[in-house]
Design a protein around this ligand. Structure first.
Ligand code: FAD
Length: 345
């Protein structure tokens, strides 16, 4: 493999039902930063049916170039045709870096494509930067420059590992949604658009979708919430989450939780914050009866303001909190909710 042939930062612009997923724009934003460090461009790869209309948004969020693979067979995500399309784009255009969102779709697509094109993939990254590898010089070993350094929690979140892919291209990573920042939207920004036909053959499409049943939820996605009222094991029971519902209602916020709460069956998994849940970045994050385990912090420590309520003053959550209240949540929450209602009245 001639590594020199591989140029540019590519991102998979995930869309579902002809709507771009937030991660697509986050990856364009991150890709732009990486491309700047490498003196190159960021290219979005848009795969789907009738998706040309989405190129405007990708360009306005910073894509320099957009490669569009448009085919009626790509209307719904299916592993085989999507993996074929992305692998063929990589073979033709030879990017130096290929980023995919660590969504359900990206986690299916990324590893399959990396195996097909024979390169490595670092899954579930929380940080990406361009730097030297090995990071610190090792006597007798060449230090390579301009490598993609991919950082992710490892060993159950007890350590943070930085991984590079020095011998193969592209350097591939899946990236957690909600961690990277979108770039500022520039109305009217233009990108170069190229259509690409990866040459489908019929047996690439062998899974037939008979029906799609969408989960119906009237709860806001916790990743979009500006105020999160998050409860942990300390809340004590599913019924006692009423105290958090009341506070969230008074504040116009949304309830979320720790994994202990999901494991206890008090709340559903889509409300879980943390390493194996969702990464959130609200303006205000209430951590109520949550101890602050590293796996929980991994999903919320970028919140603008963290307010912790815990009866144990040594709980690690207080290390990341901007404001802390030590005491029994059963007493504090009703009083707090009452005060907020009074203030709003
Ligand atoms: P606890 O640690 O039991 O803390 C409960 C807290 O409530 C205590 O600090 C206690 O002082 C306080 N409390 C009790 N009663 C009251 C009261 N009346 N008033 C005020 N405070 C009170 N965890 C996640 O949250 N998200 C993840 O995504 C996640 N992923 C994981 C992945 C792996 C691989 C592993 C190994 C673990 C993961 N965990 C995750 C689990 C994590 O390690 C912790 O076990 C979990 O976060 C603990 O949840 P908790 O803080 O609600 O409960």
């Amino acid at each position: 493999m001639n590594l020199e042939e591989y140029k540019g930062v590519f991102v998979f612009a995930q869309q579902v039902d002809n709507k771009l997923n937030g991660i697509a724009l986050e990856l364009v934003g991150k890709g732009k930063d990486l491309a700047k460090d490498l003196g190159t461009e960021v290219t979005a790869v848009l795969i789907g049916s009738d998706v040309m209309g989405l190129t405007k948004e990708l360009a306005e969020y910073g894509a320099d170039r957009i490669i569009v693979v448009d085919d009626p067979e790509l209307k719904e995500y299916r592993t085989e045709p999507y993996a074929h399309a992305l692998a063929e784009v990589i073979k033709k255009y030879k990017p130096e870096i290929m980023l995919v969102g660590a969504t359900a779709i990206g986690r299916d697509l990324g590893p399959r494509v990396s195996a097909r094109i024979h390169t490595g993939l670092t899954a579930d990254c929380t940080q990406l930067e361009i730097g030297d590898f090995p990071i610190n010089p090792i006597p007798g070993r060449e230090q390579l420059h301009n490598q993609l350094l991919m950082t992710r929690p490892a060993f159950g979140g007890n350590t943070i590992a930085t991984i590079a892919c020095p011998n193969f291209r592209p350097q591939m990573a899946t990236v957690r949604p909600g961690v990277m920042q979108k770039a500022e939207r520039v109305e009217g920004a233009q990108a170069v658009i190229e259509e690409f036909n990866p040459g489908f053959v019929p047996n690439n499409k062998y899974v037939e979708i008979l029906d799609i049943v969408k989960a119906v939820s009237d709860v806001e996605d916790i990743m979009d919430a500006k105020i999160l009222v998050s409860g942990g094991r300390g809340v004590g029971s599913a019924e006692n989450f009423k105290l958090l519902d009341d506070l969230a209602e008074a504040l116009g916020g949304t309830v979320s939780c720790s994994r202990a709460v999901v494991d206890a069956g008090w709340k559903s998994k889509d409300l879980q914050v943390g390493q194996t849940g969702k990464t959130v970045r609200p303006h205000v994050y209430f951590a109520i009866g949550i101890s602050g385990a590293i796996q929980h912090l991994a999903g919320m420590e970028e919140s603008d303001i963290i307010i912790a309520i815990n009866k144990d003053e040594t709980a690690p959550i207080f290390d990341v909190a901007d404001y802390g209240i030590v005491g029994d949540l059963n007493k504090i929450l009703p009083a707090l909710t009452e005060k907020i209602k009074e203030a709003k009245a």
